[in-house]
Design a protein around this ligand. Structure first.
Ligand SMILES: Nc1ncnc2c1ncn2[C@@H]1O[C@H](COP(=O)(O)OP(=O)(O)O)[C@@H](O)[C@H]1O
Ligand SMILES: Cc1ncc(COP(=O)(O)O)c(N)n1
Length: 290
């Protein structure tokens, strides 16, 4: 096998003969290209890591809504994780749509087998995606319990938005002052770190997210842009954090880098279709550079 990688003496050496860090997203696809694994891969690319996928579900989706979801067999999801972990290696992993308890069990078993998770070699970011921006549920009712009881205790970081906080804890956060109570309640489910996202506090003039490790809380201030085009914001945030973790950043540094990335992504969000457009994952690339 080694011979495949040898460069014959008469050819130029490629510019890169060392690999970039690698990140894996275990998530659903979005046919509209705005959210899910499509957004994750673009954010990984923009943040300079090699992105890989274990597809959990295929959604029929555009900027207006989600009209279909087909689950990938759990053993195929687990096999995708195994295929990339045993050959390529995973420096950090994240989850998106995990639509059933059976899928969650298969994902967690594969992660356990390959050293992905809290206290293991590979950091594991669990984004408990429950619904799309347009409101359609993206998981079965049993998946929420499995996320909370099985996935959260194995997570290095969990990243709920305020709707997900309400579903998971019953806490209805209405202002910045409520975020610490929300973070404490989610931390009790067992992850190392909790990041509460504040995008849904529409009356707040800023977007101040909160990172909590069970003892200390760190505020992550950012501006609030006046845009409806925030499809994929949470996915891009979790992916940018995962990319920074893949490069070896500490959790506070990774989350700060992710916040800077998602803020610029929202700043450059664009209208698309008749509904909610995506945040931009390529604001670092000038449209005139091609
Ligand atoms: N209008 C906005 N302007 C700037 N940042 C935003 C805006 N809306 C959301 N964000 C940021 O995007 C990230 C994702 O937040 P949120 O919308 O709460 O999550 P989700 O996409 O999972 O619903 C957070 O850092 C949040 O502060
Ligand atoms: C496949 C998939 N994964 C995740 C989301 C959540 O993203 P958003 O909350 O921005 O709709 C989505 N809509 N589709």
């Amino acid at each position: 096998m080694g011979r495949m990688h040898e460069t014959p003496g008469h050819l130029r050496r490629p510019a890169h003969d060392t690999a970039p860090p690698t990140a894996l997203t275990i998530a659903g696809s979005d046919s509209g290209g705005s959210a899910g694994m499509h957004a994750d891969l673009r954010a990984f690319f923009s943040c300079g890591v090699h992105g890989m996928t274990a597809v959990t579900a295929v959604t029929v989706q555009n900027t207006v809504g989600v009209t279909g979801l087909v689950e990938i067999p759990p053993e195929t999801v687990a096999a995708q994780i195994g295929a990339v972990a045993t050959d390529i290696g995973v420096d950090a992993a994240k989850t998106g749509v995990l639509s059933s308890a059976t899928t969650i069990e298969a994902v967690l078993a594969a992660c356990d087998e390959h050293g992905i998770g809290r206290g293991r070699r590979t950091p594991f970011v669990v984004d408990p995606v429950a619904a799309s921006r347009s409101g359609e549920p993206l998981l079965r009712p049993d998946a929420l319990d499995a996320l909370r009881d099985e996935a959260f205790p194995r997570a290095t970081l969990v990243t709920p938005n305020l709707d997900e906080v309400r579903l998971l804890t019953g806490i209805d956060a209405r202002s910045r002052d409520d975020l610490l109570d929300a973070a404490k309640a989610v931390h009790d489910f067992g992850p190392d770190w909790v990041l509460i996202k504040s995008g849904h506090l529409l009356d707040d003039p800023k977007c101040v997210d909160l990172l909590f490790d069970g003892t200390d809380a760190i505020q992550l201030p950012g501006p609030r842009y006046s845009t409806v085009h925030t499809h994929g914001a949470g996915d891009v945030f979790a992916s940018a954090i995962t990319a920074a973790l893949a490069k070896g950043a500490s959790m506070p540094d990774a989350v700060a880098a992710g916040k800077r990335f998602v803020t610029r992504s929202v700043e450059h969000a664009y209208p698309l279709g008749a509904g909610v457009g995506p945040v931009s994952t390529f604001w670092r690339v000038s449209p005139r550079s091609l």
